[in-house]
Design a protein around this ligand. Structure first.
Ligand code: MF3
Ligand code: CO
Ligand code: CO
Length: 335
């Protein structure tokens, strides 16, 4: 126990020049409180050190000239020239989307097979890139326009507290991480878009449960798709399921119409949005891609204009499929 004879208005003994009461009096009186504050600060610093940070980008990957590119890949800002409507697709487009969807699923599987402790997200990008080219497809993210700069890589890799659109770089995946890999391929004039969250080595129980519930959220959303249902029904089903398990639903990113355009109408909310009254019709194609959080669902953006993280840095997971509304229910094009 420290005893002191300094009056509270005298200069502090430590030489700071401040009055004792504004400086060390608390420490002198209550060392336990000071130790607790210091421990809290140290824990904050340890946590901050474990957060994802941007790594180094590898040189841009090239696409051979014989592989057809989407229109935005020919624009320096990555802006699409045309955006198709959200109306039902013609049978020819649907047939092509079945092929692109299957290709996307295969590429995603190859990327998932490469996930292990020690691999960099850039190495996963290389797998996605090569797998798309091998199938005669273009990796849709490469050069796709954004608010700051076009997306520089062929795959999105989103680790731990990264919600979506993480950019592959020199970041090394370590035992206990979770990583979402989001594959989109442009093949024969149409896009197939699918993603999954993978476990890196041994992952803690809380994260495994998050990943399991998020996978189920996608299935629950798919289960709400049928002709005559409304867009709102999808989000309501997902939100009810996620919140029933104590999780949050990210609001800032939505599923989307897809086909000859990477992103078009309709927007598919993953929460109950009463404004989403649009009716689902046979022939419509869109994605469902819920992003679910252990903690709070609010997000923040990195300066790169792409990487979205949870505001509270809690972990988050995502799964995505491209879907077709059929005459009686739904077909998953990226299974
Ligand atoms: N595949 C993402 C989606 O599900 C979009 C990625 S856009 C990119 O909509 F530019 F970041 F690749
Ligand atoms: Co998508
Ligand atoms: Co996607």
């Amino acid at each position: 126990m420290t005893t002191t004879t300094l009056a509270s208005n005298q200069p502090c003994w430590c030489g700071s020049g401040r009055r004792y009461k504004r400086c060390h009096r608390l420490a002198d009186l209550d060392p336990a409180r000071v130790a607790a504050e210091q421990a809290r600060q140290e824990q904050q610093e340890r946590l901050a050190a474990s957060y994802v940070r941007p790594g180094r980008l590898s040189p841009q990957r090239q696409v051979p000239a014989h592989i057809p590119r989407p229109d935005y890949a020919l624009d320096p800002h990555g802006r699409p020239r045309h955006r198709e409507s959200g109306r039902p697709k013609d049978p020819e487009t649907i047939a092509l989307m079945r092929v692109a969807g299957k290709a996307a699923a295969e590429v995603l599987q190859a990327v998932g097979d490469a996930v292990r402790p020690g691999v960099t997200t850039d190495e996963l990008d290389a797998v996605a890139h090569e797998q798309c080219l091998q199938r005669g497809g273009y990796p849709s993210p490469l050069g796709y326009g954004g608010t700051v700069a076009p997306f520089p890589k062929s795959l999105c890799t989103s680790v731990n507290e990264v919600i979506c659109h993480g950019i592959p770089d020199s970041t090394v995946l370590k035992d206990g991480d979770i990583v979402n890999c989001d594959v989109t391929i442009f093949l024969d004039g149409v896009h197939g878009d699918t993603n999954a969250t993978f476990l890196v080595g041994e992952v803690d129980e809380a994260s495994r449960r998050l990943v399991d519930v998020t996978r189920d959220c996608l299935e629950v959303g798919i289960g709400a798709v049928r002709p005559g249902a409304r867009v709102r029904d999808i989000g309501r089903a997902i939100q009810t399921y996620a919140e029933g398990h104590g999780y949050g639903v990210v609001r800032a990113f939505v599923g989307h119409g897809i086909g000859r355009s990477f992103h078009c109408d309709p927007q598919i909310f993953h929460y109950d949005n009463p404004d989403a009254r649009q009716e689902l019709l046979p022939g419509m194609t869109f994605t469902i891609e819920p992003m679910i959080t252990i903690g709070d669902w609010h997000h923040e953006m990195w300066g790169d204009g792409w990487t979205a993280v949870t505001a509270d840095r809690s972990r988050t997971a995502q799964f995505e499929h491209t879907l077709l509304v059929t005459d009686d229910a739904v077909e998953v094009l990226t299974r």
